[in-house]
Design a binder for this molecule. Sequence first.
Ligand SMILES: O=C(O)COP(=O)(O)O
Ligand SMILES: [Mg+2]
Length: 228
Amino acid sequence: MSHDTTAPLVIFDLDGTLIDTSPDLVASLNHTIAAEGLEPVTYDDLTHLVGQGVHMMITRAYAMRERALDEETRARLFNRFMDFYLGTMPGASKPYAGVLDALDRLEGAGMKLAVCTNKIESLTFPLLEKLGLKDRFGTITGGDTFAWRKPDARHILGTIEKAGASASRSIMIGDSVNDIAAAKNAAIPSIAVPFGYSDVPVATLDPSIIISHYDELTPALVTRLIGG
Ligand SMILES: O=C(O)COP(=O)(O)O
Ligand SMILES: [Mg+2]
């Protein structure tokens, strides 16, 4: 019987999983679309808007308001969003309760940590940096790191490869269908958190397990889920 001794890799989604970015996403999007006379969105709308990056968030906001959006306007609004979000970062965004202790526990048990987010690198890196979290993760991949992103398995598999880890010793933790579907596509176990921006109850995504607080994220749980 072979025993894989590669260090386990715990891969975190960012928006709605590691960090509650909702106040700043809402503020930045509303600043952006107000310039074009669109009604502001609410926190509840975020579950339908977030998940596939800034361009898609703007596109979905327009669809929600049944307004047409041409390419030139979308490009201009993308820049407006970026300027505002980067200019106010980290704003009110903060790690969810218990995240920092959970990272300490996992690292203390010799586990590697990574971020795999659909947020583009030029937003992901400064946000993690400004929150003092960037150095906590050996590997960070964004929505534009590869030519594909979650739910494509290759986003997760590319993250695992960059981390020097193995898929059979990795686990994904996330808040939305993109994360849980990407984990399934990559054939790795998943943990869902119910406090993020999913537009459906996370139980319907069929993750390996749901945790409602980071106190539950222990080395023992990770070890059990990766089958070691
Ligand atoms: O920024 C987004 O749209 C999604 O980001 P996430 O993959 O970290 O949830
Ligand atoms: Mg998310």
